[in-house]
Design a protein around this ligand. Structure first.
Ligand code: IPM
Ligand code: MG
Length: 366
């Protein structure tokens, strides 16, 4: 079996604890011969700032570029609230996305049957929920220039962020969404604000053209982003794949995440373009949740989002769908048995630690 190179970037806060469970899972896969991984580890976020004065070092960027995939934990925390804007922990994450060209962010929101009660919505609205949010990740208002705060002649300040998209950027993310819909339930909702934004007008037009030319077998609906947020909490099961820009995707994916009961459950994949020669894509996998500084270091974090992110790596980067299926089944089984970390435990239910949850998932794989 070919050895695969993985770079682990645990980051800050609970990122470190949840990544420890991924390391145990990798050791298990290597031992049992299900996979062969070689791992390296480096710093990102506040941890990198403390060590190097920047949110990610050039060495770490080089390792990320050379790796077959990157596993990312989480970044940020109150400790770094006052560091210069360019060196804030999030800058490390944004640089990885941008420099590795990871334009396609896949954020599945799946409601495990055992957890339907943990959702803030009624069981019947979320039971069996399976949505895929496809978020554009290297463009839009996150990276558009100018991006600045300037002082005007009258002494007032003026802040500018630029929302910008080109045809090519919209086409390639639309294709990712349509390709996924083809192997899912065949429905794409394209979400933008063409009623107030020029970028929304172009988005809608380009998605419509790609659909017409290449994906007539998939159903396409256009939905305004505000309505999409509303529909997600009204009747979430009407959706299959939702494709949207960077900022709307950030917001809608948090909304979708909460439908499933906990942010601690949701994985994500950030993928680059396929290399014409090797057929490989650059890729980074990370939980949707953040560094949760309030519970960091206490063994309270839920490792499932990060373990499931690693499952996405097995599937999308390494073609190990059998191992990925086994991992998904193990997570489901452990939840069905009633094991809960604190974030998904209902009142009065006993909660297990991060390590206990990780160990149980690995045991269920064996
Ligand atoms: C996410 C996060 C990031 C984003 C932050 C940490 C910069 O919220 O991955 O959704 O806004 O993209
Ligand atoms: Mg977010």
């Amino acid at each position: 079996m070919a050895t695969q190179k993985l770079l682990l970037l645990p980051g800050d806060g609970i990122g470190v604890e949840v990544m420890a469970e991924v390391k145990r899972l990798i050791a298990f896969l290597n031992q049992t011969g299900l996979a062969s991984f070689e791992t390296e580890e480096d710093l990102v976020g506040g941890a990198a700032y403390d060590a190097h004065g920047k949110a990610i070092s050039e060495d770490a960027m080089k390792l990320a570029d050379q790796a077959d995939a990157v596993m990312f934990g989480a970044v940020g925390g109150p400790k770094w609230a006052d560091v210069p804007y360019e060196a804030r922990p999030e800058a490390g994450l944004l640089r990885l996305r941008k420099d590795l060209g990871l334009f396609a962010n896949l954020r599945p929101a799946v409601c495990y049957p055992a957890l339907a009660e943990a959702s803030s919505l009624k069981r019947e609205l979320v039971e069996g929920l399976d949505i895929m949010i496809v978020r554009e990740l290297t463009g839009g208002v996150y990276f558009g220039e100018p991006k600045e705060i300037v002082t005007l002649e009258n002494g007032e300040k003026r802040a500018v962020d630029t929302q910008v998209y080109t045809t090519h950027e919209i086409e390639r993310i639309a294709r990712v969404a349509f390709d996924l819909a083809k192997v899912r339930r065949g429905l794409v909702h394209s979400s933008e604000k063409h009623n107030v934004m020029k970028s929304g007008v172009l988005w809608k037009q380009v998605v419509t053209e790609v659909h017409k030319a290449e994906y007539a077998d998939v159903k396409l609906e256009h939905i305004l982003a505000d309505n999409c947020g509303m529909q997600l909490v009204r009747t979430p099961k009407q959706f299959d794949v939702i494709v949207c820009d960077n900022l709307f995707g950030d917001m809608l994916s948090d909304v979708a995440a909460m439908l499933t009961g906990s942010l601690g459950m949701l994985p994500s994949a950030a993928l680059g373009a396929e290399d014409a020669k090797t057929g490989k894509r650059k890729a980074m996998y990370e939980p949707v949740h953040g560094s949760a500084p309030d519970i960091a270091g206490k063994g309270l974090a839920n490792p499932i989002a990060t373990l499931a992110s690693f499952g996405m790596a097995l599937r999308y980067s390494f073609g190990l769908s059998e191992a990925a299926d086994r991992l998904d089944a193990a997570i489901s089984a452990v939840l069905s048995e009633g094991l809960r970390t604190k974030d998904i435990a209902s009142a009065g239910q006993n909660a297990v630690s991060t390590g206990e949850m990780g160990a149980a998932v690995i045991k269920a794989m064996g």
